[in-house]
Design a protein around this ligand. Structure first.
Ligand SMILES: [Zn+2]
Length: 217
């Protein structure tokens, strides 16, 4: 008798839980179509990036400064500026942080202007991992979706998000493989990485290595 009552109670608990979690689980399922945009074949054929560089200024990040670092004011990326400040970096080259493939290169909507997302594969502790670099507010887009890019290749120019901001590059590094744009600010940073810290940790080259040879300001 008591066993049966306990069973009924447990069943009720599970049903209640299913109803509570149901919407969230369905929400995940609704995201599936975008997941399908990056197929296992796409992932397997991604070039393996051996090294990551800063996307603005020199490959070491010189000639640029970070006006709003990751997590400051719930910021999901770094706001990189030319050292001249204000609009002095308008039109400056934006470089791919590493070898990879363009997932998205288009108008990101209000607040963004043009955005580019590049998906990278890299090896860490023997495992193949994926990370995406996100370049926001760019002026000119110089690459197209599915195009393969090389580390240090110019992919865009610094913009103002369609006149919304002083020229700067909003730069994110994310652990996602889906080409979503999202918002630039969020309290929960799960899935986002500290861009500067990630690049510093994945330089793959000594700091005294020469600067970007094709960098012209
Ligand atoms: Zn920003």
């Amino acid at each position: 008798m008591w066993v049966a009552a306990g069973f009924v109670f447990l069943l009720a608990l599970l049903i209640d839980l299913a109803f509570r979690l149901g919407p969230e689980l369905l929400e995940r399922r609704r995201l599936q179509p975008s997941l399908e945009l990056v197929s296992p074949i796409d992932l397997a054929s991604l070039p393996t990036a051996t090294r990551f560089d800063f996307p603005l200024g020199t490959e070491h990040g010189a000639m640029a400064y970070n006006a709003q670092p990751f997590t400051e004011n719930m910021h999901l990326g770094d706001d990189l500026n030319g050292i001249g400040g204000e609009n002095s970096d308008l039109g400056d080259p934006v470089f791919a942080a590493a070898d990879g493939r363009v997932l998205a290169a288009r108008d990101g909507g209000p607040g963004w202007g043009n955005v580019i997302i590049v998906l990278h594969a890299y090896r860490e502790n023997g495992a193949r991992k994926y990370v995406q670099s996100f370049y926001g507010h760019v002026q000119s887009i110089l690459v197209g979706p599915r195009e393969e890019v090389r580390r240090g290749q110019q992919i865009a120019t610094v913009g103002t998000g369609g006149g919304k901001y002083l020229a700067h590059l909003h730069f994110e590094m994310r652990e996602f493989i889906t080409p979503f744009i999202g918002a630039g600010y969020r309290k929960d940073t799960h899935g986002w990485l500290d861009p500067s810290a990630f690049i510093q940790a994945h330089r793959g080259a000594p700091d005294e290595d020469v600067g970007r040879k094709d960098y012209v300001r």
